[in-house]
Design a protein around this ligand. Sequence first.
Ligand code: SF4
Length: 522
Amino acid sequence: MRVHLVNPSHVSFGIAVITPRWLYVLAAATPRTWGDPVLVDETLEVLDPASVEPGDVVGIGIHTGNALRGYEVGRAVRERGAWVVYGGIHATLYPEEAHELGGAHAVVKGDGDLAWAGVVEDCVKGTPRRIYDAGQVPAGYFLPARWDLLPRQRYMWASVQTVRGCPKHCSFCSVWRTDGQEPRQRGVDAIVAEVVELRRMGFRFIALADDNFYPVTLEDLAMAARRLDKTRLHELEALRAERFELMDRLSKLPSDMVFFTQITMEAAEDQGFLEAMARARIRGALVGVEAVTPEGLKDVYKGFNASGEDLVERLQAFRQHGIHVLGSFIFGLPSDRAETFEATAALADRADVTFAQFVMLTPFPGTLDFTEWEKSMASDPRRIDGIPLTRHWLIPQALRPKVYVPHPVMSADEIRDRTQNTWDRFYSLRNIWERSRCVKSLKARLAFLLISKIYRQMYANTGIATDSARVGRSARWARLMIKPCQRLFTASPMPDLQAPAANRAPAGADLVQLTRSASPAN
Ligand code: SF4
């Protein structure tokens, strides 16, 4: 009996940008009795069902975008006589769907870190449960990934998770509902050990694949300090202290290492945090800007973000600390108008954003937006291939429409055209070349240009375009360009690298003082 873990995808590039971390974490959760699991990442190449034998256990992780391909894989391997188990966000939200359409024997809802070993044992005994409610695993139980199983040459960036969960509640995002609003922060030693292992293998670019790298804001601390009971304040201070300790340890790793993370904009107000990020060589951050107006931010329950000139200043604060921003903007918010697109593009330029993504407001399952939209669609008679639009992920890929939240004054086509134009403007050769001044040598500027173009091809054309020829061309182009790009990210292995020792007085030692000074109660 063998265990197979499959990351489904309907498009394969041969090389992928970031390692699908969950595959390697579940590999670590697989009992060693059954040998090393077979890992199949279909963003590299498709699964060959003939590699699966009767009695094998196949774990398939799905999100909404790859659920249909996941179901195809599940049915194919069930026909081969395998036990089929689903997990991931989509299976957590729609466990019955995996049973009805994906040939599931079992579905794991929530985090698989602790549950997976038991699921495999149950399958081997022939008695898998229909549903496993695994819930949210405490941070102390997060498993380090089995990087020893990774095909090194096929990924550009590795990924390490440092915290799960996000305290916010943005309407278009499912993270706070699926991963929870209480940050679950991993211990520093465990994170550093994984990073060191990856650098030993020759990865110098690492994504800190977190929901929100800045889970405790100065405002949170100030609010907790106003309470009579200081328990919460001390909890938050401890979380914050751990962040500083982590960044201090990262700063002692080889100087060629580069980290990238995802963070809320509030970090820009926190000088000490930005400085610690810079020392840790966290050189890039995806910042969810979403909207450039207060009305737009209100539309998505993201009032904690800044707008207008304040927004420009906050985004620039990252750059002033050497942290490049990948700004994420959403179009199609109810308050958006034709002029919003131009205003957004102009702001992205003024704010020194190094990369940007412009997405259309989409009702993703598990979000507040989806719940609203699903209700509004209750009487919509439209079906494609017999499937209602509210289950659009089940429509065959070739027929599947892009589904967006309806807008009060603009049509989806208008929003799409304007969004596409904004991508075209931001990623014009001239603008990319201008932005490439952020790196010094000609070689680095050319690399910047290449990466910008690949990013645009992979995300704009394949993500927004409805024309399948355009999507196909983009995928082919990205496949061609990704190979030379991969070489830019490779470093010589450092097999003897040791983890830096913990600092007894980390650079954030003054942070309690900082916290106290942020508190009006002090
Ligand atoms: S969009 Fe970002 S800030 Fe908002 S809930 Fe999701 S992870 Fe948190």
